[in-house]
Design a protein around this ligand. Structure first.
Ligand SMILES: [Cu+2]
Length: 157
């Protein structure tokens, strides 16, 4: 009798746990920004901070109507030469912010349909393994900008 009751409880609980977990998956997207592209350049970069909330997640795709192609790149130095490689995803641990910034991970835009102009913004859609896809507006900062917070007397977290 007790065994049957436990089994029933397990059956009732199981379908509740899985979808709830998937629905609760969210990723905070903070401080997206891009650098203005000089002249007729057709390549741009977007930076942002991603933080999974509550459960691990994974960034698995990026897209924008502003460019023919968007992908996650990682910059690294090989024998004194700066290179980039494409990443097929970025693991996101709950509560641990992952920040994309110049010289490290970035979202590469290739085949820009128009130059990125200071003060404009571009939409960027992020796809995750668990969280629902999210579209953010990415403000374009001036050429050579180091980031939205890169001011003298930078505030500490
Ligand atoms: Cu790149």
């Amino acid at each position: 009798m007790i065994g049957k009751r436990l089994l029933l409880a397990a059956l009732l609980a199981a379908p509740l746990i899985v979808p709830a977990w998937a629905q609760d998956a969210t990723v905070a997207v903070e401080q997206p920004w891009a650098r203005a592209t000089p002249g007729a350049g057709t390549t741009g970069s977007v930076y942002l901070t991603l933080t999974a909330q509550g459960a691990p997640d994974r960034l698995i795709g990026v897209a924008t109507p502003a460019a023919a192609m968007a992908m996650v790149h990682e910059s690294y130095v090989d024998g004194g030469v700066s290179r980039m490689r494409m990443l097929d995803g970025v693991a996101l641990e709950p509560g641990k912010p992952v920040t994309f910034h110049p010289g490290a991970m970035h979202i590469m835009l290739e085949g820009l349909k128009a130059p990125l102009k200071t003060g404009a913004s571009v939409p960027l859609t992020l796809t995750f393994a668990h969280a629902a896809p999210m579209t953010v507006s990415v403000p374009v900062l001036k050429p050579g900008a180091a980031g939205p917070d890169a001011m003298p007397g930078m505030k500490m977290p």
